[in-house]
Design a protein around this ligand. Sequence first.
Ligand code: ADP
Ligand code: S3P
Ligand code: MG
Length: 183
Amino acid sequence: MGMGYRLNKTVVLVGMMGAGKSAVGRVLADILDVPFLDSDAEIEHAANMTIPEIFARDGEPFFREREAQVISRLLVEAPGILSTGGGAYMQEANRAEIHDKGVAVWLDADLDLLWSRVRHRDTRPLLRTPNPRATLSELYRKRVPIYALAELRVRADPSYTLHDMARRVVKVLLNRPDVLEKT
Ligand SMILES: Nc1ncnc2c1ncn2[C@@H]1O[C@H](COP(=O)(O)OP(=O)(O)O)[C@@H](O)[C@H]1O
Ligand SMILES: O=C(O)C1=C[C@@H](OP(=O)(O)O)[C@@H](O)[C@H](O)C1
Ligand SMILES: [Mg+2]
């Protein structure tokens, strides 16, 4: 009797800060009844420090090394949902590993939507600049062509709830039986 899903590969959510990778990932894992992992949360837990503290004390290159290690480790675990930090997919080695062992899904949100979601938060060290809106815009411009390398894409829209977004990801994944099947 078909009631559930079988996930055959880890789904790796990529995209800009504020796209919803962490929040949608959690709901998606719940729907599919699989483990949820967030690379930033794993790094924070291992270091017993917040992301801004790690950036301030050890610098971004150190953070990027930790991030690559954590992603490698999480990709060999049982299939689940892996939400990455927005910069992770920029590294060639991370992309290669994600494509090899999992499937990348780009949560694609417009700059205005991203800004509306990150502007009141102080948890993203890269936006601690004199003009964070301009910084976000510059990152967006540089990164979008790289996110577009992801195998799958789900468009975000201000009218979609977290649950709507997760359902949209499920729909896209069901087009790929090598990734997700109904049971
Ligand atoms: N579809 C959505 N509907 C409502 N709020 C959302 C949605 N997606 C993300 N958010 C909110 O936007 C903020 C940023 O989302 P988050 O998941 O942290 O993004 P990311 O991990 O991609 O940086 C959070 O407060 C989150 O709850
Ligand atoms: O875009 C980036 O380079 C970053 C995004 C953050 O994660 P979210 O995308 O989950 O906000 C976090 O990894 C760090 O602040 C750097
Ligand atoms: Mg996140």
